[in-house]
Design a binder for this molecule. Structure first.
Ligand code: NI
Ligand code: MN
Length: 229
C-alpha cells in the first residue's frame, strides 16, 4: 500500500492511510500558501505537534464537523475534550497504536500555548510508524543533538522546518539531516510569510551535496507517496 502525503503549505499535511484521513497541524484559514478549503476537508484523526495558531489552525472546526479525534499532548487533548471534541492525550516519549499507525511523541525545542492563552503543554515532534516506514514530523524546533536518537529509529521521511526565526533555519537543518539520516526529507515552515523566506532550491542542493537524504520540495497542495509494506 501507499501513504499519500499532501502538503498544505507551512507545517500542515493530509495523510491518506488505508482509507483513514489523518491531518497534521492543519493551518488553512489565514495561511497565505494554502488553497484548500477547510470546510470540505475530510478527517478521521488530527495530529498536533503543538498549539500555536499556525499549527492548531482549523483543528477545532474540522474536528467538530467531522467527528475526528485530536491527538496531542495531554493538555491539548484536554482542551479539545472540554469543547466536546474527542481528544487522545499522549506526552513526550509515549507511543500508542492508533487505527492508522503508531504515534510516538518526541522532544522538540520550542514553546506552546493556545491562541486563547491556555497552557498547551510542551511542543513535540511526532514519529508516525505505518508498517515498515517511520515518518518524523519535527514540528517547530531548534536543532538538538538527541535528533541522533530519533535517527536511530530508522526514519524513512523527515519533515523539517527550515524557515529560521521561529525554528531552525537551513544551516541547522543540514546538521539535523546528518543526525536523523532519513531516506527523504521535506522542508516545511518556510515562505509562509516574508519573515520565513528561504530558497528551497538552494537548500535542496545543499541536502544533495552534504547529506545522504533525497530532498523533496513540494509546492503548496503538492503530493507524493510513500510505499509501505
Ligand atoms: Ni510554534
Ligand atoms: Mn510554527
Amino acid at each position: 500500500m501507499v501513504i499519500k502525503v499532501q502538503w498544505f503549505g507551512h507545517s500542515g499535511f493530509r495523510l491518506d492511510i488505508e482509507g483513514k484521513t489523518v491531518l497534521v497541524d492543519p493551518f488553512l484559514t489565514g495561511n497565505p500558501l494554502a488553497s484548500i478549503d477547510p470546510a470540505t476537508l475530510p478527517a478521521d484523526f488530527i495530529l498536533l505537534t503543538h498549539v500555536h495558531g499556525d499549527h492548531l489552525g482549523d483543528s477545532e472546526a474540522i474536528a467538530k464537523r467531522t467527528g475526528a479525534t485530536v491527538i496531542g499532548v495531554a493538555e491539548v487533548a484536554g482542551w479539545f475534550s472540554a469543547r466536546g471534541i474527542k481528544g487522545h492525550g499522549q506526552n513526550t516519549g509515549g507511543g500508542y497504536q492508533h487505527p492508522f499507525g503508531h504515534v510516538k511523541f518526541v522532544r522538540a525545542d520550542h514553546s506552546s500555548s493556545f491562541p486563547d492563552g491556555s497552557y498547551g503543554g510542551v511542543a513535540c515532534g511526532i514519529v508516525l510508524t505505518v508498517k515498515d516506514k517511520k515518518l518524523y514530523f519535527a514540528g517547530d524546533t531548534a536543532l538538538f543533538s538527541d535528533m541522533k536518537l530519533i535517527g536511530d529509529l530508522g526514519i524513512d521521511t523527515a519533515f523539517l522546518p527550515i524557515g529560521d526565526n521561529f525554528t531552525m533555519g537551513p544551516d541547522d537543518s543540514i546538521q539535523a539531516i546528518q543526525w536523523i539520516r532519513p531516506k527523504r526529507v521535506v522542508p516545511i515552515h518556510y515562505n509562509t510569510w516574508g519573515l520565513l523566506a528561504q530558497d528551497a532550491v538552494a537548500w535542496a542542493q545543499r541536502v544533495q551535496n552534504d547529506t545522504d537524504a533525497q530532498p523533496i520540495v513540494l509546492d503548496p497542495g503538492g503530493t507524493f507517496t510513500i510505499d509501505v509494506q
